[in-house]
Design a protein around this ligand. Sequence first.
Ligand SMILES: Nc1ncnc2c1ncn2[C@@H]1O[C@H](COP(=O)(O)OP(=O)(O)OP(=O)(O)O)[C@@H](O)[C@H]1O
Ligand SMILES: O=C(CO)[C@H](O)[C@H](O)COP(=O)(O)O
Length: 297
Amino acid sequence: MARPIMVAVGGDSGTGKLTFCAGLRAIFGDEHCTEVRLDGYFGLNRAQRKAAGVTALDPRAHNFAAMDEDLWQLAHGNAIVKPVYDHLLGAVNGHETIEPREIVLVQGLFPLYTRVLRSFFDVSVWLEPDPEMKLAWTLHRDTTHRGYRGDQVRAELERRRTDYETFIAPQAQHADIRAHFTAQGVTFRKSGRLAPLDYSEFASESTRLELVDTGSGPFPGTIIEVDGGISDATARRIEDQMWGRIGARHAARRPAQLGTFEDPSGTHTSHALAIAQLLVARRIGLVADQLAGALAV
Ligand SMILES: Nc1ncnc2c1ncn2[C@@H]1O[C@H](COP(=O)(O)OP(=O)(O)OP(=O)(O)O)[C@@H](O)[C@H]1O
Ligand SMILES: O=C(CO)[C@H](O)[C@H](O)COP(=O)(O)O
C-alpha cells in the first residue's frame, strides 16, 4: 500500500472542521479514511488554562511534541493511541486508537502552526467563515452540545480575539486551499503552490473563476466564487462533474447527500459546502493518483 495521504483541515473553533471532515469521510468511506482531532493534544486542561491565564487558542496550552510524534507515526503507516478531549469536562478523558487508513484527516486549531506540522501534509485546507457566521455556528454548537449559555460563548470569543488574530488566523497563509464562507456563498482561494486544475465544470451563471498572481508559488492562484443562491440544478451539474473526476477512481460509492450541517432549525444541506468538500476531495484524489503512479514506476 502507498503511504497514507495526510490532509489538514484547520480553522478556529466553530468554523466547521468536524462538519467538513464528515463530508470527506462520506466521500471516501470510513474504511479508507480516518480522522484525528487535535483537541486531544491540549497540554493544559480548561481549569489549568484558566489558572495560567491562557486561552484555548494559545499555543502554550497545546502539546506540539506529542502531535509531531503521533502525526509522524500515522504518516509512516503506524497506528497511534491518542488522548480524547471531552468538551463537557474540559479535559482529556480517555484514549482512542487511530489506524492509518489511506487518507488521514487531521483537524484542529493548530495543524499549520509549525514548520514540522506543515511538513506532514499533502493537502491543507483552511476554513474561515465570516465572523457573523462563525458566531452563529459557535453559538448554536456550544449552547446545544457543549453546555454553555449564549452570553458565555460571546464573552469567551471576545477573550480569545487577540489570540485568534495572533496564533490562529495567520496559519491560513500556509494552506493550499482557503474556504471563506459568507452569507452570499463561498469563495475558494487556491495557493500558487498547487498546480491549477481543469475547472470547466465551474462555468455557470452562479460561479466566477479568476486567476491571480499570489507570489506564493510557481502557479497562478485561483479564486472560485460560488453563490449561495445557486440553483439546485446548476449545483447538481457541478457536483456531478466533480464527482466524475474523483468518484470513479477513489470513492467507494456516492453519498446520498453532501454538504450536510446542523443549525437551530435542524439538519440541512448547503450546495456551497458540498462543492467545497468535493473540491478538496478532488485534490486528495490527485495525490492518490500521484502516489499510485510513483509505486508503479
Ligand atoms: N458550512 C456550514 N454552513 C452552516 N453551518 C455550518 C457549516 N459548517 C458547520 N456548521 C455548523 O457550525 C457548527 C460548528 O461546526 P463544527 O462543529 O463542524 O465546527 P468545528 O470547527 O469542528 O468546531 P470545534 O473546533 O470547536 O470543535 C455546527 O453546528 C455545524 O453544524
Ligand atoms: O473547540 C475547540 C477546538 O476547536 C477547543 O477545544 C475548545 O474551544 C476548547 O475550549 P473549552 O473546552 O474550554 O470550551
